[in-house]
Design a protein around this ligand. Structure first.
Ligand code: GUN
Length: 171
C-alpha cells in the first residue's frame, strides 16, 4: 500500500524541527550570545532569540499562551496561519499570516508582549505553514505561560468558544 506522506515531513526533517510545548514544531536558530545580556524584571535574557515555527495537519494549533517579550513573526512557506490575540482589556484581534498579500494576509506580524496569543493552520494545499519568530528580550520559558482553559474562560467569558478551541482540555 502506498502511504500518503504529509507535505510537512520533509520540511520538519530538513530544518530539524522538534515538537513545541504549545503545539507545532520549532527549532531555535539564533541567540545573541555575543552581546551583553539584558537585565529584565524576571532575570537576565539574551538581547534577541529566533526560531523557526511550523504548524501542520498533525499539529495544527499553537495553543493560547502569554509572552512577556515582543515577538516579530515572518511568514515563509505553505498555507496561511490565523492568529488570535486577546489583549489585556479583553478585546480580540484576528489576523492571518500568509503569502496572499493582495487578500490582506500578512508577511510580518508584530505581537507585543503582555497579551494572549494562539495560532491555527488554515486549510490549504500544502498541509503546513512555516514562519520564523524573532523575540526580544530573548525567549525564556520563565517568561511564557501556557493558557489554562478554565482560568482563561473565567477571565474572558466572551471568548469561551474560541478559548475552548485553542487550549488543551486538561479536565
Ligand atoms: N517561542 C519563541 N521563541 C522560542 C524559543 O526560543 N524557544 C521556545 N521553546 N519557544 C519559543
Amino acid at each position: 500500500m502506498i502511504q500518503r506522506r504529509s507535505g510537512s515531513e520533509g520540511v520538519i526533517r530538513a530544518l530539524n524541527l522538534e515538537p513545541h510545548v504549545e503545539g507545532g514544531y520549532f527549532r531555535r536558530t539564533y541567540q545573541a550570545y555575543h552581546r551583553d545580556m539584558l537585565e529584565t524584571a524576571n532575570g537576565s535574557r539574551y538581547l534577541m532569540t529566533s526560531i523557526y515555527y511550523l504548524l501542520d495537519e498533525q499539529s495544527p494549533v499553537g495553543q493560547f499562551h502569554f509572552n512577556q517579550s515582543d515577538i516579530l513573526h515572518y511568514f515563509h512557506l505553505g498555507d496561511a496561519i490565523e492568529y488570535s490575540l486577546i489583549h489585556a482589556d479583553g478585546s480580540l484581534q484576528t489576523l492571518v499570516m500568509g503569502s496572499d498579500m493582495l487578500a490582506g494576509q500578512l508577511l510580518q506580524l508584530h505581537v507585543p508582549g503582555g497579551i494572549w496569543k494562539a495560532s491555527r493552520l488554515l486549510d490549504g494545499p500544502n498541509g503546513f505553514g512555516l514562519i520564523s519568530e524573532a523575540v526580544s528580550p530573548g525567549f525564556d520559558f520563565a517568561d511564557m505561560e501556557m493558557g489554562d482553559r478554565q482560568k482563561l474562560v473565567e477571565q474572558f467569558p466572551q471568548h469561551r468558544t474560541l478559548i475552548e478551541k485553542l487550549t488543551r482540555d486538561e479536565g
